[in-house]
Design a protein around this ligand. Structure first.
Ligand code: UDP
Length: 248
């Protein structure tokens, strides 16, 4: 099928979703906009959409190969991802292997404290309410998901964490934490959506602990796009790099 972007159906802070001629298939466009703090800090980071789409596609492919259901179909070109349409659940599912970020501002953990087993935290995705932390009972009362779906989400998330953490360890990257989002596909199955990229994860170099993610932007540091490029270079194999013209 010749998939063309039709009508815009959703616009997020860094991605747009378009209809295609197939009602169950959408095109997700990764934009270069970068935001932090509920969208208060904003900028354009040239080539960010390019790298984030390639990085997310790679992670989705690895997860699919491990039996995880994702919305990913294929990367049409850098920036444009053909995806299954999902009815999204407004939960940000955050997994933490190492204490960082807001967890340290809210609780008396010490910096870089390791969590075994990992911590799963859910936030209500809402700029209006500033993404408050939520629990199962509140999510149930708000009708976001059933108890069974919440169990599936947690089980799937732990598996995703394990698969990506092991993969990244082989690439010399530590995986302190990440945020993912789920939806339901046309069969009502819980399916991983959104993205897995330096915008939504923390990635640290294993040797130097150098930050390779959006924390650089949050802190106003330089070299943000170089960090994203570094993640892409490390995780892609030679075939991917040739296909997407990524230079080491
Ligand atoms: N995260 C995200 N979107 C959000 C909040 C957090 O993608 O709206 C990601 C963030 O990049 C990090 C993880 O979730 O990898 C945990 O973020 P944290 O709660 O520490 O918040 P932060 O310090 O990033 O504000």
């Amino acid at each position: 099928m010749n998939h063309q972007k039709l009508e815009l159906i959703y616009q997020g802070k860094a991605k747009d979703v378009y209809k295609t001629d197939d009602p169950e298939v959408v095109i997700v466009e990764f934009r270069d906009d970068i935001t932090a703090g509920d969208g208060e800090k904003k900028d354009i980071l040239i080539n960010k959409g390019y790298y984030n789409s390639i990085i997310s596609a790679k992670f989705f492919e690895i997860l699919e190969a491990s039996g995880i259901k994702t919305q990913y179909i294929e990367l049409l070109e850098p920036g444009l991802m053909l995806s299954h349409r999902l009815e999204m659940i407004p939960l940000e599912v955050i997994t933490r292997n190492i204490a960082a970020g807001s967890l340290l501002r809210k609780f008396p953990f010490h910096e870089k404290q390791e969590f075994t087993p990992p911590i799963i935290q859910m936030d209500y995705k809402s700029d209006e309410f500033h993404d408050p932390m939520i629990n199962d009972d509140i999510a149930l009362a708000l009708g976001f998901a059933t108890r069974e779906e919440l169990e599936t989400i947690k089980k799937t998330t732990l598996k995703i964490n394990q698969v990506i953490k092991d993969f990244l360890a082989r690439k010399g990257i530590i995986f302190p934490d990440f945020k993912i989002e789920y939806g339901r596909n046309y069969k009502n199955e819980i399916t991983l959506g959104d993205e897995i990229s330096p915008d939504s994860c923390r990635f640290w170099d294993m040797k130097t602990c150098e930050v390779l993610d959006k924390d650089l932007f949050r802190k106003g540091e330089s070299g943000v796009i170089n960090a994203y490029q570094e993640v892409a270079t490390r995780i892609l194999d030679e075939e991917d790099k040739e296909k997407w013209n990524i230079k080491d």
